[in-house]
Design a protein. Structure first.
Length: 247
C-alpha cells in the first residue's frame, strides 16, 4: 500500500492539477513531492478548491497563457503571485482558417498541434528559459499552468523532468496523464467538428515528440538545448537538482 501523496488533486474548478513529485531519476533519486505542481488555469476554483491550494502552501504561479486568455480567467487565490510567461495560442485560429478553406480534418488538426509544439522551441524558448530562472530563485511550492495545462504546460513539465534526470518513459507517462484527468470546457471552440475537438482536447505522444524533433533540428540534442537555449549550465543543473530532488 503506497503512502505517497496523491499525484492528482481533485478540484472542482481545475481538473488537471497534478504533482510532479515521486518520479525516479536515472541516478537513483526522486523528485520531491509537493514542490512543483502543473495545472490548467486557476480562474474557476471554488471556495473549497482555494482552501486545498492554500493548504498546499502554493505561493507562486507561472502562467503561459496569452493576454486575452489571462484576462478571461484571473487566478482567484489571493496569496499566489502570478508570473506571466506568455505564449500566445495559435491552434484554434489555425484550425478556423482551415475550416474556412474547407480543408479541416482530424489529421490536419493533428498536424497543427504538432506544429504548435515545434514553435514552442522555435519561437518561445525565452519563456521556458525565464521559467527555469524562476525555478532556481522562487520558493516552492509553486504551480505551472496555461489554459488546459496540457500543451505549453506539458512541454514545460517535460523539460523540468528532463533537467532533473527523470527517464524519458516516465516523462511520457506524466505527459499522457492529461488524457485521464483533463475535462474539456464544452463551450470552447464549439464551432469546430467533434473529431477536431478530440484532437485538440487531448494529448498524443507525437505532439511532445514534435517539440523534441525541433530541439534536435535547432540545437542538435536536448542537452545542448538545456545548456544553450535554457541557460542551464552544470552549476544550474546541480542547483535545480539539489532543490527539487531527494535521495
Amino acid at each position: 500500500m503506497s503512502d505517497s501523496p496523491a499525484r492528482h488533486l481533485s478540484l472542482q474548478g481545475a481538473s488537471n492539477f497534478r504533482d510532479l513529485g515521486g518520479y525516479p531519476t536515472a541516478d537513483g533519486r526522486t523528485t520531491r513531492w509537493r514542490h512543483i505542481f502543473r495545472s490548467n488555469h486557476l480562474g474557476q476554483l471554488t471556495a473549497d478548491d482555494i482552501e486545498i491550494v492554500r493548504a498546499l502552501g502554493v505561493r507562486s504561479a507561472f502562467d503561459f497563457r496569452g493576454l486575452e486568455e489571462r484576462a478571461a480567467g484571473v487566478c482567484v487565490v489571493n496569496e499566489i503571485t502570478v508570473h506571466s510567461l506568455p505564449i500566445e495560442p495559435t491552434v484554434v485560429a489555425a484550425l478556423r482558417a482551415e475550416l474556412a478553406r474547407g480543408s479541416l480534418t482530424a489529421p490536419v488538426a493533428l498536424d497543427i498541434m504538432r506544429e504548435s509544439y515545434r514553435n514552442y522551441v522555435r519561437h518561445n524558448t525565452h519563456s521556458f528559459r525565464t521559467l527555469f530562472g524562476h525555478l532556481l530563485e522562487d520558493r516552492a511550492p509553486l504551480v505551472i499552468h496555461c489554459t488546459a495545462g496540457k500543451d505549453r504546460t506539458g512541454f514545460a513539465s517535460a523539460l523540468i523532468l528532463h533537467a532533473l534526470g527523470v527517464p524519458d518513459d516516465v516523462i511520457a507517462e506524466d505527459y499522457l496523464l492529461t488524457n485521464r484527468y483533463y475535462k474539456r470546457d464544452a463551450s470552447s471552440a464549439s464551432d469546430l467538428p467533434a473529431d477536431v475537438l478530440d484532437a485538440i482536447g487531448s494529448v498524443e505522444a507525437s505532439y511532445l515528440a514534435a517539440a523534441f524533433e525541433a530541439v534536435g533540428d535547432d540545437y542538435g540534442d536536448l542537452e545542448t538545448y538545456l545548456r544553450d537555449g535554457l541557460k542551464l549550465g552544470a552549476a544550474e543543473r546541480t542547483a535545480l537538482q539539489e532543490r527539487y530532488l531527494q535521495a
